[in-house]
Design a protein. Structure first.
Length: 699
C-alpha cells in the first residue's frame, strides 16, 4: 500500500488556494500549450500562424460577455486555439469545471484520445496537474489535482442537464440536432449550466456553417449580418457581429477577405490552371493581391463589430453593436492552413460535379466547410414555371424513343381513392444524366369482367391479380426508336411506389415475389419515402413483421424495400429541370404532352425547412415519378459510369442488330382521353397480347 507524502499533499492543497493567473488566454496558451506532432515530438502553440484567433480567445476570459461564438471554415486552427487552448488555460491558469461537447459520442472519444490526451502529456504544466489516480483519467472524464473536472461528452440531455459547469464549449455546432432529446436547442441547454457562476461563467460555440438559408428572398441589411438560418448563424446574429478585415497592401483601405473579392479563377476551363491563377482584387483600388501576401495580411488583420468603420490610417469610428455575446465570422480566403489554389480548386470541381450530376451535396460541403459560408440551395432559387418548361417541348413521334436515349426506366405510382389507377411514366436516359420523357399513361381497367362483360376498374389494394398488368403493360413492353421504328428498346428496370391504401403494400410485396418466381425480380424495385434522415440517397431494407401478425401487410424479410431520401432526390430533379440547354442533366419533353404534365412537375414547393411539400391538393405525379426514375439509375450505378467505356446495359442501342417483330407501344385496346386531362388511359391487354421481351443485351 502506498501513502501520500506530506509534500505531495501540500502541493495539491496549494493548487486549491491559488488565485487565477491574470493573463490573456492567448498568451497563456502560447506559454503553456504544446501541440503534438506525432512520433513523440511537439511544438509550442504559435499565435502568429493564426493571429485572427487571438481576439476570440481573449474574449473567453472577459466578464463583459456570457458567450463567444466563432463561425469560420475548416483549416483555420479554431479547434486548436479556441477549444484545446481554452482547456489548457483553464487547467493551468483558472481551474474550474469544464464541459466540452462534441457532435457525437464517437467524435467525443476521438477528441479526448487523439487531441487532448496527447496535448496534456506533452505540455509539462498540464501534465503535472493531472491526477495521478488512474480512475480520475478516462476517455470522457478527467479530474485534476486542483479538483477541477473536465467532462467530454456529446449532445444528450443526460450530459447537458443538472450539473453546473463554469466553462462550456460546443464544437461543430451546426452538425448537432436542432432539438436535444425534445428539451430544446444545444446552446440554450449548455448556457444554463454556467448561470450559477454569473459573470465568470462562459459558453463557447464554434462551427463552420452547416444549415441552409431559410429565406430565399433575404437581402443583407448590413455588411456584417449573417443570412437567416438556424444554428450558429442565428447565434452569430445575436452577438456583436465582428467580421475580419485586411488592409490592402496597395491603397491601405480595409476590406473583408471573402468569396466576393476572390477572382481570376473563372477565366480558364482547366480547374487546376484556373485555381493557380486565383487572387484577390481590392474592392477599393482594384489592386491585385496574390496568395503570398496572405500571412502578412493576417498579421495586420482587425476585427470590426457591426457599426464600426476603419480608415486607411487605422482610425476606428462609428457606434459598435453591443451584446453579451462576442460573435466572430471569417471566410475561407483567410484560413491559415488552406491555400487559395486549394480553395478555388475544390469550388470549381464541386461546381463541375453539380453540372454533371445535379447533386448539391459536394458543393454545399465546399461552401460550408472550405469557404465558411451559409449555403443557399440551387433548388431553393427554383424559378421553374409550367409554361417555361412546356415552351421548350420538342417535336417527336408520339411514344417513341428519341435519338440520344441509351436505356429506358419505367416508374409507377399507385393511386387510390375514387380514381384508382396505376400512373406509369417512362424515362429515357442518355449519357451524363441527359434524359427524355418517352411515355406517360394510366392503367385504369383490369382483366376482370363485370356482369355484361365490361372491364372492371382496377383495385390495387384489393386484387393482387390487377398487379399483373404491370408486367404485361409496362415491364415486358418495348418502345420503338423515333428515327427507326424497326429498332426497339425494352425497359431496363421498373420502380413501383409500394405505399398507399391498406392492402397496397401487401400486394406490392406479393407482386415482387411473383416476379422472383418468374426470374425478373432484379428488374423490379419497390420504393418508399424514408422517414429517417440518412447520408445515403437510397437505403436497401428487408421489412419483417412476422412477430407482429396484426400488421396488414405481411413482410417476411424476403422482399427488398428501398427507402428514398425524397427531399435530396427532388433537389436533384429540380436542378435538372432548371437547365435550359441540352447537355448533361438536361430534361427533354415531347410536344404531345398536355399542360397538366407541366403543372404536375412544378406543383410542389421547397419549404424553408428544406422539405418539399404540396401547397394544396394538386397533382405531383410527374415530379415524383422522375424522382423514382433517378433513384433507379443510382441503384444501377449510373452515377459511376465511365462514358468512354460504358457497361453494356448503358450503351446506345445497336441499330444493326436483328430485332424481332413485336407489338409497338400503343395497344389496340388503349382508350385515349383528351390531353387536357392528367394522362392517357390504357385498358389491360389480354395475357397473350404482350409476349415477354428478350433482354436484347440490356439487362
Amino acid at each position: 500500500m502506498s501513502y501520500a507524502s506530506a509534500s505531495a499533499i501540500r502541493r495539491d492543497v496549494s493548487e486549491l488556494l491559488k488565485a487565477p493567473r491574470r493573463m490573456p488566454v492567448a498568451e497563456a496558451v502560447s506559454r503553456y500549450m504544446r501541440v503534438p506532432l506525432g512520433g513523440g515530438s511537439s511544438l509550442p502553440w504559435d499565435a502568429t500562424l493564426t493571429p485572427y484567433i487571438t481576439e476570440p480567445m481573449n474574449c473567453l476570459a472577459s466578464r463583459n460577455y456570457d458567450a463567444v461564438v466563432f463561425v469560420g471554415p475548416a483549416r483555420t486552427g479554431k479547434t486548436l486555439g479556441l477549444i484545446d487552448g481554452w482547456i489548457i488555460y483553464s487547467v493551468v491558469c483558472d481551474p474550474a469545471d469544464f464541459l466540452l461537447i462534441q457532435m457525437t459520442e464517437e467524435k467525443a472519444r476521438e477528441h479526448s484520445k487523439k487531441r487532448l490526451d496527447r496535448a496534456f502529456r506533452c505540455s509539462p504544466e498540464v501534465a503535472r496537474r493531472l491526477s495521478p489516480r488512474a480512475s480520475d483519467n478516462n476517455v470522457h472524464d478527467r479530474t485534476f489535482r486542483a479538483g477541477n473536472y473536465l467532462k467530454i461528452g456529446w449532445p444528450s440531455i443526460n450530459i447537458m442537464s443538472s450539473s453546473d459547469y463554469r466553462f462550456v464549449a460546443l464544437t461543430d455546432y451546426d452538425r448537432w440536432p436542432d432539438d436535444i432529446d425534445g428539451e430544446g436547442d444545444g446552446f440554450s441547454l449548455a448556457s444554463k449550466r454556467t448561470t450559477t457562476f454569473m459573470s465568470s461563467g462562459m459558453t463557447l460555440v464554434e462551427s463552420s456553417p452547416g444549415r441552409e438559408i431559410s429565406d430565399t428572398k433575404w437581402r443583407r441589411q448590413s455588411p456584417h449580418e449573417a443570412p437567416p438560418a438556424t444554428g450558429i448563424s442565428s447565434l452569430y446574429n445575436r452577438g456583436d457581429r465582428r467580421r475580419l478585415y485586411w488592409p490592402c497592401p496597395h491603397c491601405g483601405e480595409y476590406f473583408q477577405p471573402s468569396m466576393e473579392v476572390m477572382t481570376g479563377y473563372r477565366d480558364q476551363s482547366d480547374p487546376v490552371k484556373a485555381s493557380e491563377a486565383a487572387h484577390i482584387s481590392c474592392p477599393h483600388c482594384n489592386g491585385m493581391i496574390t496568395a503570398d501576401k496572405k500571412r502578412e495580411l493576417n498579421k495586420a488583420h482587425v476585427w470590426l463589430r457591426e457599426g464600426e468603420k476603419i480608415d486607411a490610417a487605422g482610425n476606428r469610428t462609428g457606434e459598435a453593436r453591443r451584446s453579451r455575446i462576442a460573435s466572430f465570422w471569417m471566410e475561407g480566403p483567410a484560413a491559415a492552413y488552406q491555400t487559395w489554389a486549394q480553395l478555388t480548386y475544390k469550388l470549381l470541381t464541386a461546381e463541375l460535379e453539380y453540372e454533371m450530376t445535379g447533386s448539391e451535396e459536394t458543393l454545399k460541403a465546399v461552401i460550408n466547410t472550405d469557404w465558411g459560408l451559409t449555403y443557399l440551395p440551387r433548388s431553393a432559387t427554383d424559378t421553374r414555371k409550367a409554361e417555361t418548361l412546356m415552351a421548350r417541348a420538342e417535336a417527336v413521334n408520339r411514344r417513341t424513343v428519341p435519338d440520344g436515349v441509351h436505356f429506358l426506366v419505367a416508374t409507377v405510382d399507385v393511386q387510390g381513392g375514387k380514381n384508382k389507377r396505376f400512373v406509369v411514366q417512362v424515362t429515357g436516359y442518355g449519357a451524363h444524366g441527359e434524359r427524355w420523357i418517352v411515355d406517360r399513361y394510366n392503367i385504369r381497367y383490369s382483366l376482370r369482367s363485370g356482369p355484361d362483360g365490361e372491364s372492371l376498374p382496377i383495385s390495387p389494394d384489393a386484387y393482387l391479380e390487377d398487379w399483373s398488368l404491370l408486367r404485361t403493360d409496362v415491364l415486358d413492353k418495348r418502345w420503338a426508336m423515333s428515327s427507326d421504328p424497326s429498332v426497339t428498346l425494352p425497359v431496363l428496370a421498373m420502380a413501383v411506389d409500394s405505399g398507399g391504401e391498406d392492402g397496397v403494400t401487401g400486394n406490392a410485396y406479393e407482386f415482387w415475389r411473383q416476379c422472383r418466381r418468374d426470374g425478373v425480380h432484379k428488374r423490379v424495385y419497390l420504393f418508399k419515402g424514408d422517414s429517417t434522415s440518412r447520408s445515403k440517397l437510397v437505403t436497401k431494407t428487408f421489412p419483417d413483421n412476422t412477430d407482429r401478425p396484426s400488421r396488414r401487410a405481411e413482410a417476411r424479410g424476403d422482399v427488398p424495400l428501398y427507402l428514398l431520401q425524397t427531399n435530396l432526390l427532388k433537389d436533384r430533379i429540380s436542378n435538372a429541370l432548371q437547365r435550359d440547354m441540352p447537355g448533361p442533366n438536361y430534361v427533354h419533353f415531347p410536344d404531345w404532352l398536355g399542360e397538366w404534365f407541366y403543372d404536375e412537375l412544378t406543383y410542389e414547393e421547397r419549404g424553408t425547412d428544406g422539405k418539399w411539400q404540396k401547397p394544396g391538393k394538386g397533382a405531383n405525379e410527374a415530379f415524383d415519378l422522375m424522382v423514382y426514375a433517378h433513384a433507379v439509375v443510382i441503384l444501377r450505378g449510373y452515377d459511376r459510369i465511365n462514358w468512354d467505356a460504358p457497361p453494356e446495359w448503358a450503351r446506345a442501342p445497336d441499330r444493326s442488330a436483328s430485332v424481332p417483330k413485336i407489338r409497338q407501344s400503343q395497344p389496340v385496346s388503349r382508350q385515349t382521353e383528351p390531353e387536357s386531362k392528367p394522362a392517357e388511359t390504357r385498358q389491360a391487354s389480354s395475357p397473350s397480347a404482350w409476349a415477354p421481351a428478350s433482354n436484347g443485351g440490356w439487362l
